[in-house]
Design a protein around this ligand. Structure first.
Ligand code: NAD
Ligand code: MG
Length: 362
């Protein structure tokens, strides 16, 4: 078991712990029974996580005399909507949920983002606990306090920063995850190494096979190292004023690919292509050394990330990039690597180098 401290001492102390372990549900049950975070737990699942973990959690709580409210949303990104958000709030009010109760997000990033926004809004904010069950949510979305739903104008355009009181990441939950979802999470895993920790990149390269087999010890280390890195970045910049932007490595290009593909490719896969393209452009620009680029691509190859060409229209991708919500006064912000394990935010990156790499891959 490992525990990662997320230290957030801005206007308020929002610090919390992330516990990473396998078979952690009993700890979740016992903490909820002890009312560590609130009285009645409102467990929010999607259809899949309800079957996989939700019923079991509710039964275990019931045996101990706790009667949670179990709310289920359809699986998939469409549940991150104002309609679903509103219906959860209504259901909680109808069930008599008070400010003393606690919202428990039991699922992937969709459930986490949606439930966090519900917790942050219900009666101006009630306690929130995350039990992330996908790799992506364990290494990324459950850390850092960004919660949101989508509106027709854009993804995550309606939300807030709302920190959980605690995160429980159960590595054994990953056993049932489809391969596509594992790969999506791995894109964000390697990103953490690329921007912050060269040793971690080497660890991933040397243990790629075990990672792909979801070896429990290796995955515990992977998840906790990613949480440490993201926590470190977020603790220096809780609300994305500066440094937190390095977490967007690969994302400016990746988002454009995602939009181009009509969201048919997974986010992590698109980010993986984005990272490949930006790293090559960094190398061409003379910012990143050839050796570093080699290791960058080697670890991605071994993990099976963004291998092969993709069907894209480079000039359309460039257009979409310029429309990204992170564009600052007309400048496309690119997170570049000046060495492996160190990212820099650039508003003057030579975009023609990115376009050339896009052409090369398409
Ligand atoms: P997801 O929540 O849709 O989960 C993917 C699929 O896996 C779903 O069908 C789900 O039901 C299923 N599933 C969940 N756990 C499972 C398990 N253990 N076994 C089998 N199936 C399981 O997707 P995701 O990739 O976890 O999250 C994507 C979302 O996260 C996006 O909406 C994205 O915007 C958001 N996100 C947020 C942040 C943030 O900082 N808040 C960061 C990154 C991504
Ligand atoms: Mg991402």
């Amino acid at each position: 078991m490992s525990v990662v401290d997320v230290i957030l001492r801005g206007d308020f102390d929002n610090s919390y712990e992330i516990t990473v372990d396998y078979g952690i549900m009993d700890e979740v049950v016992s903490d909820l029974c002890d009312e560590k975070f609130g009285c009645t737990p409102v467990v929010i699942c999607d259809e899949n996580t309800r079957e996989l973990f939700g019923h079991e959690l509710v039964e275990k709580l019931a045996v101990k005399g706790v009667d949670p409210l179990l709310l289920t949303v359809p699986a998939g990104e469409n549940s991150k909507s104002l309609d679903v958000f509103g219906s959860l709030l209504e259901a909680m009010l109808e069930a008599g949920i008070t400010r003393q109760d606690v919202v428990v997000a039991l699922g992937g990033g969709v459930v986490g983002d949606l439930s966090g926004y519900v917790a942050g809004s219900y009666m101006r904010g009630i306690n929130f606990v995350q039990v992330p069950t996908t790799l992506l949510s364990q290494v990324d979305s459950a850390v850092g306090g960004k919660v949101a739903v989508n509106i027709s104008g854009g993804k995550n355009y309606c939300g807030m920063f709302y920190q959980p009181r605690r995160v429980y990441s159960d590595i054994s939950a990953l056993d049932t995850l489809p391969e596509r979802e594992i790969l999506s999470g791995l894109g964000e895993v390697v990103k953490h190494g690329f921007i912050y920790d060269r040793d971690f990149v080497e660890f991933l390269r040397d243990n790629a096979e075990k990672v792909l087999k979801l070896d429990k010890e290796v995955m515990s280390r992977v998840v906790s190292r990613c949480c440490e890195i993201k926590a470190d970045v977020v603790s220096r910049d809780e609300k994305e004023g500066g440094m937190r932007r390095i977490l967007n490595y690969g994302h400016t290009v990746g988002h454009a690919i995602e939009t181009f593909a009509g969201y048919k490719k997974s986010h992590g896969e698109c980010v993986a292509y984005g990272m490949r393209i930006v790293a090559r452009a960094c190398s061409k620009a003379g910012i990143l050394s050839g050796d570093d680029l080699e290791l960058h691509d080697e670890v991605m190859d071994r993990l099976g990330l963004a291998t092969g060409d993709i069907d894209i229209d480079p000039s359309l991708i460039m257009e979409l990039m310029k429309r990204d919500k992170k564009v600052k006064q007309g400048a496309v912000v690119i997170v570049a690597l000046d060495k492996l394990g160190h990212a820099v935010v650039r508003e003057d990156f030579p975009l023609e180098l990115i376009e050339a790499e896009l052409k090369d891959l398409s």
